[in-house]
Design a binder for this molecule. Structure first.
Ligand SMILES: [Zn+2]
Length: 229
């Protein structure tokens, strides 16, 4: 039996409500899912170089963020990380692919994502950093390796003082044994080290220091969002 027209209309309205594409900031209609309207995208995607401390410069050659944490990118990251909303991923990927980033970042030999502690990764079900950058890395032809392991479940950095942050991060990262994407394959390589955000930079510095010990040629950092300048 054919469904009455009013029911088909209702279904169509519900479907368009569910599946129509909206800008993640102003909710105006956009052509494809995961897209932004042009003004919101250009306000959000603002690649900027991050100033590093002298200590950090010993291990990190250069650091960039795609945009600022205080804006839409921060909200999308929180949606993904703390609410498990994978619907944030297409928007994040669109923003990332719209960013004009320095060639040195795009020419890395290998990408390394800051790892989560295994317990936290299992709780969350994914490493958000890998999800955020997967498509962009594929487009640049950069291979991902997982040479780092996070052995201690660190306290969230938020709310800790500077000294406590350092104590919290120190010794949290180790190189995996050779043969598991480990130390031997890193020597002489230009590494792109990735994270979702940079606050004080302690996490990235700890990772970069461990990579340096493995003899890498350079460490460039790219994060999605940071309010540092
Ligand atoms: Zn918009």
């Amino acid at each position: 039996m054919k469904a009455p027209a009013w029911l088909a209309g209702l279904r169509e309205a519900a479907a368009s409500l569910l599946f129509s594409a909206h800008c993640p900031v102003c909710a105006s209609s956009v052509e494809t899912p995961g897209s932004w309207c042009a003004p919101c995208l250009s306000r959000t995607v603002r690649p900027h170089r991050l100033t590093l401390s002298r200590e950090a410069l010993a291990a990190i050659d250069d650091a960039w963020a795609v945009g600022f944490y205080g804006g839409a990118l921060g909200a999308l990251i929180r949606d993904l990380k703390y609410r498990g909303r994978r619907a944030a991923i297409p928007y994040i990927r669109t923003a990332l692919s719209a960013a004009e980033l320095p060639k040195t970042l795009r020419c890395a030999d290998l990408a390394v994502c800051v790892p989560l502690h295994e317990t936290r990764r299992k709780e969350r079900g994914f490493n958000q950093v890998e999800l955020i950058f997967a498509d962009w890395l594929k487009a640049q032809g950069i291979v991902v390796q997982r040479p780092l392991e996070r052995r201690r479940a660190t306290l969230p950095q938020y709310g800790l003082g500077e000294k406590e942050r350092r104590r919290n991060m120190r010794g949290a990262f180790f190189l995996r044994e050779a043969g598991e994407g480990g130390a031997g394959e890193l020597a002489g390589k230009r590494i792109l080290l990735l994270d979702d955000i940079m606050t004080t930079g302690e996490t990235l510095l700890s990772c970069a220091a461990v990579l340096r010990q493995a003899g890498v040629a350079s460490v460039q950092v790219l994060v999605l969002a940071s309010d540092r300048s």
